[in-house]
Write a protein that binds this ligand. Structure first.
Ligand SMILES: NC(=O)C1=CN([C@@H]2O[C@H](COP(=O)(O)OP(=O)(O)OC[C@H]3O[C@@H](n4cnc5c(N)ncnc54)[C@H](O)[C@@H]3O)[C@@H](O)[C@H]2O)C=CC1
Ligand SMILES: O=C(O)C1=N[C@H](C(=O)O)C[C@H](O)C1
Length: 862
């Protein structure tokens, strides 16, 4: 759905162009405001003709939030021009309004209040009134309502509610023009005294109805207090969908109420009324107060909707009416969700989708989820093979065969490779963005997954040739040709492995984001909140199984065979993703580019997690999560529309971060905490890999060991994330996580130090195991719990800064430090012991930072 480029506005308003910005999707639309004068109407007629030619006669719908003075004329205009309309505007001559619309057999939803909850309350009162008329006989009624000082009329909602209450009581309450007995508050002082918050003085609707028995011994009070406009925008979205469906049935035009809309929803007559509205649409309407005209495209819905159905758009902007062409039903570019906050009570139960399992959306999401799981499985295979080859003595950076030093080392180039991952990811993102722009999401994902597969397979073939060359040449000081040949082959294989390492780590994250972007685009936020955890669980199972199989696969296929198998998994993943896109295309809900929209986001959504040094995708710095997506919606509604604009306009990200940290010190502390934890993560990973290489010289065995190790990490973090942490968080205060993580690491690194020489692999791998498991499970939940307590702007920018800078900075800083150390000292055992000692210091600094973060959280809670 799209906003139309033209909108009607008040006759006294200058014709102008406004830009309507959607905070959620980041998209903007320009809307030309045309005053509702005779001249203006000529322009509107011309625009209508153009829109109908472009989008189809039935694909236009009006949303009217204008002025009480305009109600009657506007309604006749819409009815005579065969424009179905949703009218929220109150006032005017209501009886005439109903007559005018009904007699013209026009389609409309007209309601003085679009807030679904308020409408449900009204319906309840009506029911009580019809069931128990007069049950409050003798009770006196008092009504106070407060609105922004600019509101021209008496609350239409109050009038409607009073008409129901007057069926219950015999009070002679007067609701005449001008308000009658209603106590109308329209000045800021009275509104504040009535409980309205200062920020909502410009837009609120507070209502209190009090019924008091004649002797004053019994008092009933009914309140509905709304700040902002989101609740109306949401209801309007439902009304639009409902009306589009009614039009499509071919029935005669009728005037519906919001109770009709609610009842239709309750009876599930059509699918997913809110879900099918785009976030853009809802936000645009949220920001609005005016009349909107919108257009829509045809779509075949998944269930219960006739193929003829058309859907229409919501439109609206500051006090105007808009014409809106619609292209896609779904927002694209939703940030990839990460599982966290599994204990979120808002998750609730209920079916996964409001769709039947055979519906195209269910099928397409299932295929994409499988594609994601196979992609992660392929990554596990590739990681095990690449790490073992990277540190191998023949093809890799070890010192065995080539230098004749008898096996060992192999990690000196690793920090540099890790340091190259972030810059390479940025280039890749740019490249991906271009492909996306040229071919759209489906072909971009296909092309890049196949590139990824081809690189694994081609590298495997090249490494096999180089390995044979190395085996053929016997390094012998006297045979200068053979020495040169070995050196040349090693140079090539090392360069290839270096590139493969960087490439593989950058690519896995990028493609993983694309899978989630598709899933996030196809599912509504409500469905997503239920489906993300099982989908992430499927991914977890894929990677755990693959990692667990590495050991037996490597025995059968060898390391290069493992690379080929990884390549084959990526091909399969591409195929499944293609089927997912194909199904979406067939169902008419394929995420695709939209004119003027910020669709590059589809491919450039922020990283859902990060890739550790040889690690899997983790959610340490996840920008969003299913639960946060929900809460994002919630707080976005609380936030002033311009707050996000400030986020974008406030200079470069470093400047924004400085300003933000000064304003929200808890985010500054979180930033430091993330930097230190990422430094430690890289360091203990390096120590673990060093120990692994020095204890297991055989490449195949090393790959097998590391596969099993990662299978345990994946498995344990999955169990923690899905089962243990939600349980624990019921009994322990969440902010203790911040202290728990570094304390555990202080113990683990001290243990590694004490046992470094004696305990073999166990001591070194324990630290890495602990930090990785926490990163995959606890970290995301901890971050989200902190973000959720912040205001919208802090959360939006905080996530951006922390995920973009803190995580990468921590890793890159450690990579640079380790690279320098390797150049100066090499891989000496003593140096490694120093590194373990340093890891204790880093863990201690992390603990100190966490303590300050913890006390800031405590202080803000108080
Ligand atoms: N049903 C519901 O749930 C809700 C209804 N409303 C109603 O919506 C109406 C507007 O409320 P606000 O946005 O607060 O008022 P507002 O005064 O901020 O905006 C009204 C806009 O309508 C424009 N306008 C005036 N005459 C027009 C015309 N002939 N054609 C097109 N546009 C015209 C004005 O230029 C102004 O920008 C009120 O009647 C209010 O009671 C508001 C919120 C919720
Ligand atoms: O003007 C408003 O703001 C509102 N108007 C409607 C009304 O008059 O009832 C609905 C809600 O009160 C907000």
């Amino acid at each position: 759905m799209k906003l139309a480029p033209v909108a009607m506005t008040g006759p006294n308003v200058e014709s102008t162009v406004v830009v309507v910005h959607d905070d959620v999707t980041g998209r903007s639309s320009s809307v030309r405001l045309v005053p509702a004068t005779d001249d203006g109407k000529i322009e509107i007629y011309a625009s209508l003709a153009g829109m109908r030619a472009s989008f189809g006669t039935e694909n236009l719908l009006v949303i009217d939030y204008t002025h009480p003075n305009a109600v009657n004329d506007n309604a006749i205009f819409y009815a005579e021009n065969h424009l179905p309309f949703v009218m929220g505007t109150t006032g005017g001559d209501r009886a005439r309004l109903m007559d005018d619309v009904s007699s013209r057999k026009a389609f409309a939803v007209i309601a003085p209040n679009m807030g679904k909850q308020i409408v449900a309350m009204q319906a309840g009162l009506e029911y009580a009134a019809s069931k128990f008329p007069g049950s409050f006989a003798g009770y006196g009624l008092e009504v106070t309502e407060s609105h922004q000082s600019t509101k021209a009329d008496t609350s239409g909602t109050a009038r409607a509610v009073i008409s129901s209450l007057l069926k219950l009581t015999d009070d002679d309450f007067d609701v005449a023009e001008g308000g009658g007995d209603i106590n109308m508050l329209r000045d800021d002082e009275s509104s504040l005294a009535f409980g309205v918050s200062r920020e909502a003085l410009g837009g609120h609707a507070f209502h209190t109805y009090r019924l008091t028995s004649s002797d004053g011994s019994v008092v009933f009070e009914l309140k509905h207090n709304v700040e902002g406009r989101t609740v109306y925008a949401e209801g309007t979205a439902d009304a639009v969908k409902f009306l589009a469906n009614m039009v499509s049935t071919g029935m005669e035009g009728r005037v519906f109420s919001m109770i009709d809309v609610l009842e239709a929803g309750a009876l599930d007559k059509y699918t997913n009324p809110v879900g099918d509205m785009t976030a853009t649409t809802r936000r645009a309407a949220t920001a609005s107060s005016g009349a909107g005209l919108s257009s829509a495209s045809k779509f075949d819905d998944d269930v219960n909707i006739s193929p003829r159905i058309t859907t229409n758009t919501v439109a609206g902007c500051d006090g105007k009416s808009t014409l809106t062409p619609l292209r896609s039903r779904r927002p694209i570019g939703i940030s990839p969700p990460i599982i966290s906050n599994q204990n979120d009570p808002r998750r609730g139960g209920g079916p996964l989708f409001s769709l039947v399992p055979s519906s195209p959306r269910f099928v397409s999401v299932s295929y994409m989820s499988l594609s994601l799981a196979i992609h992660l499985a392929g990554y596990e295979l590739s990681r095990a093979a690449v790490m073992a080859l990277f540190t191998s003595d023949g093809l890799g950076f070890g010192h065995g065969q080539g230098a004749g030093e008898g096996g060992g080392g192999g990690l000196s180039a690793l920090p540099l490779a890790v340091g190259c991952v972030s810059p390479f990811s940025i280039c890749l993102l740019w490249f991906y963005g271009n492909t996306l722009e040229r071919g759209g999401p489906a072909s971009a994902l296909r092309a890049h997954t196949l590139i990824c597969a081809a690189c694994q397979i081609a590298s495997g073939c090249a490494l096999r040739v180089l390995d044979e060359r190395l085996l053929r040449s016997s390094p012998n000081d006297d045979d200068r040709f053979a020495v040169h040949d070995v050196a040349d082959a090693q140079f090539r294989s090392r360069s290839l492995l270096f590139l493969l390492f960087v490439f593989q780590n950058a690519y896995v994250q990028l493609l993983y984001n694309q899978h989630w972007a598709f899933i996030g685009s196809v599912l509504t936020p409500e469905e997503g909140a239920r489906a993300f955890a099982p989908i992430a669980g499927l991914g977890s199972i894929g990677s755990t199984l693959a990692a667990g199989l590495v050991s037996s696969l490597v025995r059968r296929l060898g390391l290069i065979g493992l690379l080929h198998l990884a390549g084959a998994s990526f091909v399969l993943s591409a195929l499944l993703a293609d089927i997912a896109f194909g199904t979406a295309r067939g169902g008419g809900f394929e995420p695709r580019r939209e004119d003027g929209s910020d669709d590059r986001k589809y491919g450039s959504v922020g990283p859902p997690g990060d890739i550790s040094m040889g690690g899997r995708v983790n959610n340490a710095n996840a920008p969003t999560s299913p639960s946060s997506m929900k809460s994002k919606g919630r707080s976005a509604s609380r936030a002033p529309a311009q707050s996000c604009v400030q986020c974008r306009e406030g200079g470069n990200i470093f400047h924004q971060a400085r300003v933000l940290f000064r304003r929200v010190p808890v985010l500054g502390a979180l930033f430091l905490e993330v930097v230190l934890s990422q430094c430690l993560s890289s360091l203990v990973n390096f120590i673990y890999l060093y120990k692994l290489k020095s204890m297991i010289a055989d490449d195949d065995m090393r790959a097998g060991w590391s596969g099993t190790y990662y299978a345990w990490i994946n498995g344990v973090s999955g169990i923690l994330q899905f089962f243990v942490i939600p349980l624990l968080l019921k009994h322990f205060e969440a902010h203790r996580i911040w202290l728990f993580m570094p304390t555990l690491m202080l113990f683990c690194t001290s243990y590694t130090f004490v046992t470094f020489r004696s305990s073999g692999l166990f001591g070194a791998s324990a630290s890495f195991f602990a930090i990785k498991t926490m990163e995959y499970s606890l970290r995301g939940a901890a971050n989200e719990m902190l973000y959720v307590s912040l205001d919208y702007e802090s959360r939006y920018l905080g996530k951006k800064v922390i995920s973009l800078i803190a995580g990468k900075f921590g890793k890159s800083a450690m990579a640079v430090a380790l690279s320098l150390l390797m150049v100066v000292y090499g891989e000496e055992e003593d140096i490694m012991r120093y590194l373990v000692a340093i890891s204790i210091l880093v863990a201690a600094s992390w603990l100190l930072t966490s303590m300050s973060l913890h006390s800031l959280i405590e202080a803000s809670r108080k």
